[in-house]
Design a protein around this ligand. Structure first.
Ligand code: HEM
Length: 498
């Protein structure tokens, strides 16, 4: 018995000694490569700063830590050091003033397992530059961010309004309809077609999007990003993410095949057609970035990016407007005055609608849909605020902290359109409005998203009053889960024709 106990104790000591030796040698190895990272909370071996963080509310934990460690500090996610940037000034100095240095994508295991660094959003270096430039150029030619796409969005907004009308005052959850409408706008650009709201394949796919955004925004998604190898073996809902991604890959691949079959070389119809033509042009070039994997992943980035964030913003926006009916009523007054009932709202109206414009901005500011943006990394050894971040250091730009920076907004904690209005009630922009992240890697679809949010929101409010099923005071605006994204609580409402 005594011998057994001492053997166990011996093993424990060996294990402990190995762990400490491993940790110290790791620290030394990292220290050699490390340059000079900003200080932060002391990490533990293997788990890093796990105990300083709440994986259910990552961005809040990170904001809290900045109260102790300042606007620029280092946190360890497992054994990976990440530099956290908090508040307008720090994020601007890094992502804008030193934009080139901070332009790589940082480690994001939950996406990496699927993309393998292909596509636009999760590639780096020359590959990223070429694929991003190609996507921007092609989508702009099809009208992204330009008035030529406006009629398409207006049409889709009318389809959504018709669906709302069809509910005849019966309560419903808008999630599916809003998602279908928003997704159709990007589908036209990428796949060259819109989908019927009842199309079964389309609906299934959008369910996969929603589910992935929700799980990635839960503690499971965050834990996967910190301990990917371990979480591969831990049962849990995070495995659904990869199952859903696989379905998306199949859907996109099937579309690409159909495009290949019907490709008219003199008349490319959409992003996929253009990509296929470029693949043909460069098929002899072994260094080309235009091949099947990059096509499927870029298409996925545009499809997922173009659907989930914008539709969640609209859905959250409706909920906020029900919580603050006086704000919704003032927007409706402005719509009635500037647009009237006889024609659909258009982008040119925006200038004459400062209050509505301010409400749209304030919705995006208040919900901070991607509170930590997407992780960045430095492309070279980078001096920053007296530190030296070695090439490849991961960087987390805390967009939520910029969007609620008290030095930049009058009333950052509340939903208050006055955050974007001057004393004369004219619209007032703000450099700290960064839901799309600033700098070289700014969201590729920012201009499209802004057009969509304005046109969808005004079209719906022109035709309907939104009626909650509970008194406004009981509407809870805190997110259902928060991680990659801030996901609103599910709700039902009635839409009453005006
Ligand atoms: C409200 C709507 C949207 C928000 C808040 C949003 C936000 C963001 C943010 C924060 C990033 C990370 C930028 C960075 O690296 O720091 C991003 C990247 C990206 N977004 Fe969006 N996005 C929205 C809509 C869209 C739309 C409509 C599209 C499709 C056209 C899109 C496509 C992309 C792509 C492809 C990237 C990767 C860019 C790159 O790595 O170069 N997004 N978005």
């Amino acid at each position: 018995m005594v011998a057994g106990t001492s053997t166990a104790l011996g093993w424990l000591l060996v294990l402990l000694f190995s762990a400490v030796a491993w940790y110290l040698s790791g620290q030394r190895r990292a220290g050699n490569k490390r340059g000079k990272l900003p200080p932060g909370p002391t990490p533990l071996p293997l788990v890093g700063n796990l105990f300083h963080l709440d994986p259910r509310e990552m961005h809040r934990s990170l904001e809290k830590l900045s109260k102790t460690y300042g606007p620029v500090y280092t946190i360890h996610l497992g054994s990976l050091p990440c530099v956290v940037l908090c508040g307008y000034q720090a994020v601007k100095e890094a992502l804008v003033d030193q934009g080139d240095d901070f332009s790589d994508r940082g480690a994001f295991p939950v996406f990496y397992r699927f993309t393998q660094g292909n596509g636009i959003a999760f590639s780096n270096g020359e590959k990223w530059k070429v694929l991003r430039r190609f996507a921007l150029h092609t989508l702009k030619n099809f009208g992204m961010g330009r008035s030529s796409l406006e009629p398409r969005i207006q049409e889709e907004a009318q389809c959504l309004a018709q669906e709302f009308q069809g509910k005849k005052g019966v309560p419903f959850n808008p999630i599916d309809l809003v998602c279908r409408a928003v997704s159709n706008v990007i589908c036209v650009l990428v796949f060259g077609k819109r989908y019927d709201y009842e199309d079964a394949d389309f609906l299934l796919l959008l369910d996969h999007f929603n589910e992935n955004f929700r799980i990635m925004s839960s503690r499971w998604g965050e834990l996967y990003n910190i301990f990917p190898r371990l979480m591969d073996f831990v049962p849990g809902p995070h495995h659904r993410i990869f199952h859903n991604f696989e379905k998306l890959r199949q859907f996109i691949t099937e579309h690409v095949r159909r495009h290949q079959k019907h490709l008219d070389r003199n008349n490319p119809q959409d992003y996929i057609d253009h990509f296929l033509l470029r693949m043909e042009q460069e098929k002899q070039d072994p260094q080309s970035y235009f091949h099947m994997d990059t096509l499927v992943m870029s298409t996925h980035n545009l499809f997922f990016g173009g659907t989930e964030t914008t539709s969640t913003t609209l859905r959250y926006g409706f909920l906020i407007l029900m919580k603050y009916p006086e704000v919704a009523a003032r927007v409706q007054q402005e719509i009635d005055r500037v647009v009237g009932p006889g024609r659909p709202p258009c982008l040119a109206d925006r200038k004459a609608m400062p209050y509505t414009d301010a409400v749209v901005y304030e919705i995006q500011r208040f919900i901070s849909i991607l509170p930590m943006g997407l992780p960045r990394a430095v492309i070279r050894d980078t001096p920053f605020r007296g530190f030296l971040l070695p090439k490849g250091t991961n960087v987390i730009p805390l967009l939520s902290s910029v969007l609620s920076d008290p030095t930049r907004f009058k009333d950052p904690a509340s939903f208050n359109p006055a955050n974007f209005l001057d004393k004369e009630d004219a619209f007032q922009g703000n450099d700290a409005f960064v839901p799309f992240a600033p700098g070289k890697r700014i969201c590729l679809g920012a201009s499209l998203a802004r057009m969509e949010i304005f046109l969808f929101l005004t079209t719906i409010l022109q035709q309907f009053t939104l009626q909650p099923l509970v008194p406004p005071a009981e509407i809870d605006l805190t997110p259902l889960c928060t991680g990659l994204g801030n996901v609103p609580r599910p709700y039902e409402f009635r839409v009453l024709p005006r």
